[in-house]
Ligand binder design. Structure first.
Ligand SMILES: [Zn+2]
Length: 336
Protein backbone atom coordinates (compact mmCIF):
# COMPACT_ATOMS: atom_id res chain seq x y z
CA UNK A 1 0.00 0.00 0.00
CA UNK A 2 0.95 3.65 -0.28
CA UNK A 3 -0.25 6.25 2.20
CA UNK A 4 -1.33 8.68 -0.52
CA UNK A 5 -3.82 10.14 1.98
CA UNK A 6 -1.06 11.22 4.35
CA UNK A 7 -0.91 14.97 3.59
CA UNK A 8 -4.71 15.34 3.49
CA UNK A 9 -5.24 13.38 6.71
CA UNK A 10 -2.62 15.46 8.51
CA UNK A 11 -4.20 18.73 7.35
CA UNK A 12 -7.63 17.52 8.41
CA UNK A 13 -6.07 16.59 11.73
CA UNK A 14 -5.09 20.22 12.15
CA UNK A 15 -1.31 20.26 11.73
CA UNK A 16 0.71 22.40 9.30
CA UNK A 17 1.93 20.32 6.37
CA UNK A 18 4.81 20.74 3.91
CA UNK A 19 4.62 18.31 1.01
CA UNK A 20 8.03 17.49 -0.44
CA UNK A 21 8.13 17.03 -4.20
CA UNK A 22 8.05 13.35 -5.14
CA UNK A 23 6.64 12.07 -1.84
CA UNK A 24 3.82 10.21 -3.55
CA UNK A 25 6.27 7.89 -5.33
CA UNK A 26 9.08 7.87 -2.71
CA UNK A 27 9.55 4.73 -0.58
CA UNK A 28 9.28 1.10 -1.59
CA UNK A 29 6.66 -1.57 -1.93
CA UNK A 30 5.48 -4.03 -0.76
CA UNK A 31 4.53 -2.35 2.47
CA UNK A 32 1.86 -3.16 5.04
CA UNK A 33 2.31 -0.96 8.11
CA UNK A 34 0.98 -2.46 11.35
CA UNK A 35 2.73 -0.16 13.84
CA UNK A 36 4.05 3.38 13.92
CA UNK A 37 7.62 4.05 15.06
CA UNK A 38 8.08 7.34 16.91
CA UNK A 39 11.61 8.69 16.37
CA UNK A 40 13.89 11.62 17.05
CA UNK A 41 16.62 12.43 14.56
CA UNK A 42 19.39 12.56 17.21
CA UNK A 43 21.18 15.05 14.96
CA UNK A 44 23.37 17.80 16.43
CA UNK A 45 21.29 20.50 18.06
CA UNK A 46 23.03 23.11 15.88
CA UNK A 47 21.96 21.38 12.67
CA UNK A 48 19.04 23.20 11.02
CA UNK A 49 15.57 21.71 10.56
CA UNK A 50 16.07 22.02 6.81
CA UNK A 51 19.20 19.87 6.78
CA UNK A 52 17.74 17.29 9.16
CA UNK A 53 14.56 16.91 7.12
CA UNK A 54 16.60 16.54 3.92
CA UNK A 55 18.67 13.73 5.47
CA UNK A 56 15.51 11.92 6.63
CA UNK A 57 14.20 12.20 3.08
CA UNK A 58 17.33 11.45 1.07
CA UNK A 59 19.41 9.35 3.48
CA UNK A 60 23.12 9.62 4.20
CA UNK A 61 26.38 7.81 3.46
CA UNK A 62 25.49 4.64 5.34
CA UNK A 63 21.69 4.57 5.07
CA UNK A 64 19.59 5.03 1.95
CA UNK A 65 16.63 7.34 2.22
CA UNK A 66 13.80 7.70 2.84
CA UNK A 67 14.44 7.08 6.53
CA UNK A 68 10.86 7.95 7.55
CA UNK A 69 7.54 8.78 5.93
CA UNK A 70 7.52 12.21 7.54
CA UNK A 71 9.57 14.48 9.77
CA UNK A 72 8.23 17.03 12.25
CA UNK A 73 10.38 20.15 12.54
CA UNK A 74 10.88 22.26 15.66
CA UNK A 75 8.04 24.61 14.59
CA UNK A 76 5.61 21.69 14.52
CA UNK A 77 5.38 21.44 10.75
CA UNK A 78 4.90 17.97 9.29
CA UNK A 79 7.18 17.45 6.29
CA UNK A 80 5.59 14.70 4.21
CA UNK A 81 8.41 12.78 2.54
CA UNK A 82 7.39 9.29 1.42
CA UNK A 83 4.27 7.19 0.78
CA UNK A 84 5.90 3.75 0.85
CA UNK A 85 8.27 1.58 2.89
CA UNK A 86 11.21 3.39 4.45
CA UNK A 87 14.48 2.38 6.09
CA UNK A 88 13.07 3.40 9.43
CA UNK A 89 14.01 0.65 11.94
CA UNK A 90 15.58 -2.77 12.35
CA UNK A 91 13.51 -5.84 13.12
CA UNK A 92 12.63 -5.13 16.74
CA UNK A 93 13.29 -7.39 19.73
CA UNK A 94 10.90 -5.90 22.26
CA UNK A 95 7.54 -4.17 22.59
CA UNK A 96 4.32 -4.89 20.73
CA UNK A 97 6.05 -4.75 17.32
CA UNK A 98 8.78 -7.26 18.25
CA UNK A 99 9.75 -9.35 15.25
CA UNK A 100 8.55 -6.71 12.80
CA UNK A 101 10.70 -4.54 10.55
CA UNK A 102 10.38 -1.96 7.81
CA UNK A 103 7.78 -3.93 5.83
CA UNK A 104 5.33 -3.50 8.72
CA UNK A 105 6.39 -0.17 10.18
CA UNK A 106 5.41 3.42 9.42
CA UNK A 107 8.11 5.75 10.73
CA UNK A 108 8.04 9.42 11.62
CA UNK A 109 11.08 11.43 12.68
CA UNK A 110 11.19 14.68 14.61
CA UNK A 111 14.07 17.16 14.79
CA UNK A 112 15.66 16.79 18.22
CA UNK A 113 19.18 15.97 19.38
CA UNK A 114 17.87 13.12 21.57
CA UNK A 115 20.12 14.30 24.39
CA UNK A 116 19.17 17.38 26.39
CA UNK A 117 17.40 19.46 23.74
CA UNK A 118 13.95 20.43 25.08
CA UNK A 119 10.89 19.61 22.98
CA UNK A 120 9.07 22.87 22.14
CA UNK A 121 5.39 22.50 23.06
CA UNK A 122 4.37 23.45 19.51
CA UNK A 123 6.45 20.55 18.18
CA UNK A 124 5.36 18.02 20.81
CA UNK A 125 1.66 18.83 20.39
CA UNK A 126 1.88 18.74 16.59
CA UNK A 127 3.75 15.44 16.81
CA UNK A 128 0.88 13.94 18.86
CA UNK A 129 -1.84 15.55 16.75
CA UNK A 130 -0.34 14.30 13.47
CA UNK A 131 0.08 10.78 14.80
CA UNK A 132 -3.57 10.90 15.96
CA UNK A 133 -4.57 11.78 12.39
CA UNK A 134 -2.60 8.79 11.07
CA UNK A 135 -4.15 6.46 13.69
CA UNK A 136 -7.62 7.74 12.85
CA UNK A 137 -7.05 7.10 9.15
CA UNK A 138 -5.73 3.56 9.75
CA UNK A 139 -8.19 2.70 12.52
CA UNK A 140 -5.35 2.24 14.98
CA UNK A 141 -5.57 2.82 18.73
CA UNK A 142 -2.75 4.87 20.27
CA UNK A 143 -1.21 1.56 21.41
CA UNK A 144 0.00 1.01 17.83
CA UNK A 145 2.58 3.74 18.40
CA UNK A 146 5.94 2.46 19.56
CA UNK A 147 8.99 4.48 20.51
CA UNK A 148 12.13 3.49 18.65
CA UNK A 149 13.71 2.96 22.09
CA UNK A 150 10.96 0.47 22.91
CA UNK A 151 11.46 -1.41 19.62
CA UNK A 152 15.26 -1.69 19.87
CA UNK A 153 16.06 -1.23 23.57
CA UNK A 154 19.75 -1.06 24.39
CA UNK A 155 20.48 0.02 20.82
CA UNK A 156 18.22 3.07 20.47
CA UNK A 157 17.14 5.71 22.96
CA UNK A 158 14.83 7.91 20.88
CA UNK A 159 12.67 9.75 21.58
CA UNK A 160 13.62 11.30 24.93
CA UNK A 161 10.04 11.98 26.05
CA UNK A 162 7.94 9.37 27.93
CA UNK A 163 6.10 7.20 25.42
CA UNK A 164 3.22 6.38 27.80
CA UNK A 165 2.48 10.07 28.23
CA UNK A 166 2.74 10.57 24.45
CA UNK A 167 0.32 7.70 23.77
CA UNK A 168 -2.11 9.14 26.34
CA UNK A 169 -2.07 12.46 24.51
CA UNK A 170 -2.71 10.72 21.17
CA UNK A 171 -5.54 8.68 22.75
CA UNK A 172 -7.06 11.90 24.08
CA UNK A 173 -6.95 13.47 20.62
CA UNK A 174 -8.49 10.35 19.09
CA UNK A 175 -11.30 10.51 21.67
CA UNK A 176 -12.01 14.10 20.67
CA UNK A 177 -12.32 12.57 17.23
CA UNK A 178 -14.05 14.36 14.44
CA UNK A 179 -14.72 17.39 16.60
CA UNK A 180 -11.50 18.80 15.20
CA UNK A 181 -12.23 18.61 11.51
CA UNK A 182 -14.99 20.91 10.35
CA UNK A 183 -16.83 19.53 7.34
CA UNK A 184 -18.04 21.68 4.46
CA UNK A 185 -21.49 21.51 6.00
CA UNK A 186 -20.09 22.75 9.31
CA UNK A 187 -18.49 25.72 7.53
CA UNK A 188 -21.76 26.51 5.80
CA UNK A 189 -23.64 26.30 9.08
CA UNK A 190 -21.17 28.71 10.68
CA UNK A 191 -21.53 31.07 7.73
CA UNK A 192 -25.29 31.05 8.04
CA UNK A 193 -25.21 31.39 11.81
CA UNK A 194 -22.72 34.27 11.80
CA UNK A 195 -23.91 36.16 8.75
CA UNK A 196 -27.40 34.87 8.08
CA UNK A 197 -26.50 33.93 4.53
CA UNK A 198 -29.16 31.63 3.21
CA UNK A 199 -29.00 32.23 -0.56
CA UNK A 200 -27.59 28.96 -1.98
CA UNK A 201 -25.79 30.64 -4.88
CA UNK A 202 -24.20 33.33 -2.73
CA UNK A 203 -23.50 30.74 -0.06
CA UNK A 204 -21.47 28.58 -2.45
CA UNK A 205 -19.40 31.52 -3.72
CA UNK A 206 -18.90 32.68 -0.15
CA UNK A 207 -17.90 29.19 0.90
CA UNK A 208 -15.23 28.98 -1.83
CA UNK A 209 -13.88 32.30 -0.64
CA UNK A 210 -13.68 31.03 2.92
CA UNK A 211 -11.90 27.86 1.86
CA UNK A 212 -9.32 29.98 0.07
CA UNK A 213 -8.76 32.09 3.17
CA UNK A 214 -8.22 29.28 5.66
CA UNK A 215 -4.43 29.13 5.76
CA UNK A 216 -3.05 25.86 4.39
CA UNK A 217 -0.31 25.86 6.96
CA UNK A 218 -2.44 27.27 9.74
CA UNK A 219 -0.47 26.76 12.96
CA UNK A 220 -3.27 25.08 14.83
CA UNK A 221 -1.73 23.86 18.02
CA UNK A 222 -4.48 24.39 20.52
CA UNK A 223 -7.89 22.91 21.09
CA UNK A 224 -11.18 22.88 19.27
CA UNK A 225 -12.04 26.45 20.19
CA UNK A 226 -8.76 27.63 18.64
CA UNK A 227 -9.70 25.97 15.38
CA UNK A 228 -13.18 27.45 15.56
CA UNK A 229 -11.76 30.92 16.20
CA UNK A 230 -9.47 30.61 13.19
CA UNK A 231 -12.33 29.44 11.02
CA UNK A 232 -14.50 32.27 12.23
CA UNK A 233 -11.70 34.69 11.46
CA UNK A 234 -11.54 33.28 7.92
CA UNK A 235 -15.28 33.86 7.58
CA UNK A 236 -14.89 37.44 8.72
CA UNK A 237 -12.10 37.93 6.17
CA UNK A 238 -14.32 36.43 3.47
CA UNK A 239 -17.07 38.78 4.48
CA UNK A 240 -14.61 41.63 4.16
CA UNK A 241 -14.03 40.60 0.54
CA UNK A 242 -17.76 40.79 -0.11
CA UNK A 243 -18.65 43.79 2.00
CA UNK A 244 -16.41 46.84 1.99
CA UNK A 245 -17.78 48.21 5.24
CA UNK A 246 -16.06 45.45 7.17
CA UNK A 247 -12.73 46.61 5.76
CA UNK A 248 -12.53 49.00 8.68
CA UNK A 249 -12.11 46.13 11.13
CA UNK A 250 -9.57 44.05 9.17
CA UNK A 251 -6.56 45.37 11.09
CA UNK A 252 -8.33 44.43 14.31
CA UNK A 253 -9.05 40.98 12.86
CA UNK A 254 -5.40 40.49 11.99
CA UNK A 255 -4.45 41.36 15.55
CA UNK A 256 -7.03 38.85 16.73
CA UNK A 257 -5.54 36.13 14.53
CA UNK A 258 -2.25 36.63 16.33
CA UNK A 259 -4.10 36.24 19.59
CA UNK A 260 -5.65 32.98 18.34
CA UNK A 261 -2.18 31.68 17.57
CA UNK A 262 -1.19 32.75 21.04
CA UNK A 263 -3.81 30.39 22.39
CA UNK A 264 -6.49 32.53 24.03
CA UNK A 265 -9.20 31.18 21.77
CA UNK A 266 -12.20 31.63 24.04
CA UNK A 267 -11.52 35.34 24.49
CA UNK A 268 -11.02 35.73 20.76
CA UNK A 269 -14.30 33.99 19.96
CA UNK A 270 -16.09 36.40 22.28
CA UNK A 271 -14.38 39.38 20.63
CA UNK A 272 -15.25 38.09 17.15
CA UNK A 273 -18.89 37.95 18.17
CA UNK A 274 -18.61 41.53 19.41
CA UNK A 275 -16.98 42.63 16.13
CA UNK A 276 -19.68 40.99 14.04
CA UNK A 277 -22.24 43.04 16.00
CA UNK A 278 -20.17 46.17 15.39
CA UNK A 279 -20.00 45.43 11.67
CA UNK A 280 -23.78 45.11 11.53
CA UNK A 281 -24.11 48.43 13.40
CA UNK A 282 -21.67 50.04 10.94
CA UNK A 283 -23.82 48.94 8.03
CA UNK A 284 -26.96 50.30 9.70
CA UNK A 285 -25.25 53.64 10.42
CA UNK A 286 -24.07 53.84 6.83
CA UNK A 287 -27.60 53.26 5.59
CA UNK A 288 -28.95 55.94 7.97
CA UNK A 289 -26.36 58.41 6.67
CA UNK A 290 -27.36 57.75 3.04
CA UNK A 291 -31.01 58.24 3.95
CA UNK A 292 -30.26 61.61 5.56
CA UNK A 293 -28.29 62.75 2.47
CA UNK A 294 -31.17 61.80 0.19
CA UNK A 295 -33.65 63.72 2.38
CA UNK A 296 -31.44 66.84 2.37
CA UNK A 297 -31.08 66.70 -1.43
CA UNK A 298 -34.85 66.34 -1.83
CA UNK A 299 -35.48 69.34 0.45
CA UNK A 300 -32.95 71.39 -1.55
CA UNK A 301 -34.63 70.53 -4.83
CA UNK A 302 -38.04 71.44 -3.38
CA UNK A 303 -36.78 74.90 -2.29
CA UNK A 304 -35.24 75.59 -5.71
CA UNK A 305 -38.45 74.56 -7.43
CA UNK A 306 -40.40 76.89 -5.15
CA UNK A 307 -38.15 79.86 -6.08
CA UNK A 308 -38.55 79.16 -9.80
CA UNK A 309 -42.34 78.96 -9.39
CA UNK A 310 -42.33 82.35 -7.56
CA UNK A 311 -40.45 83.98 -10.48
CA UNK A 312 -42.89 82.42 -12.92
CA UNK A 313 -45.82 83.76 -10.88
CA UNK A 314 -44.26 87.27 -10.66
CA UNK A 315 -43.98 86.98 -6.91
CA UNK A 316 -40.20 87.34 -6.81
CA UNK A 317 -37.50 89.41 -8.52
CA UNK A 318 -35.88 87.31 -11.24
CA UNK A 319 -32.36 88.75 -10.79
CA UNK A 320 -32.41 88.10 -7.07
CA UNK A 321 -33.66 84.53 -7.62
CA UNK A 322 -30.93 83.82 -10.21
CA UNK A 323 -28.33 85.04 -7.69
CA UNK A 324 -29.86 82.80 -5.05
CA UNK A 325 -29.94 79.81 -7.43
CA UNK A 326 -26.30 80.39 -8.36
CA UNK A 327 -25.30 80.53 -4.71
CA UNK A 328 -27.14 77.33 -3.84
CA UNK A 329 -25.99 75.41 -6.90
CA UNK A 330 -22.38 76.33 -6.21
CA UNK A 331 -22.79 74.97 -2.67
CA UNK A 332 -24.70 71.92 -3.68
CA UNK A 333 -22.53 68.82 -4.00
CA UNK A 334 -24.75 67.49 -6.78
CA UNK A 335 -26.23 70.39 -8.85
CA UNK A 336 -29.51 69.16 -10.24
ZN1 LIG B 1 14.93 6.31 15.70
Amino acid sequence: MRVLWLATALREGGVPVVEHIGWRTRGWEPWAPQFGIVHATAAPRTQSDEVQVRIVRDGHATLAGPIANACVDRSGRWHVLASGRCNTALTGWAGPAAGLGNTNLLGVEACNDNRTEPWPDVQYQAYARGWAAICRQLGWPAGRLVGHKEHQPGDKSDPTFAMDRFRSRVAQLLAEGDDMALSDQDLDRIAVAVWGRTNPATGREYHELVRGLVPVESPVTGDKSTWQAQTKWAHLRARQGLDATLGQVVPRLDALLSAVQGGDAAAVLARLDELSQLAAADRRAHADQLEAQLEAAAAERAQLLELVQKVAAGEADAAAVVDELGRRLALSPEPA
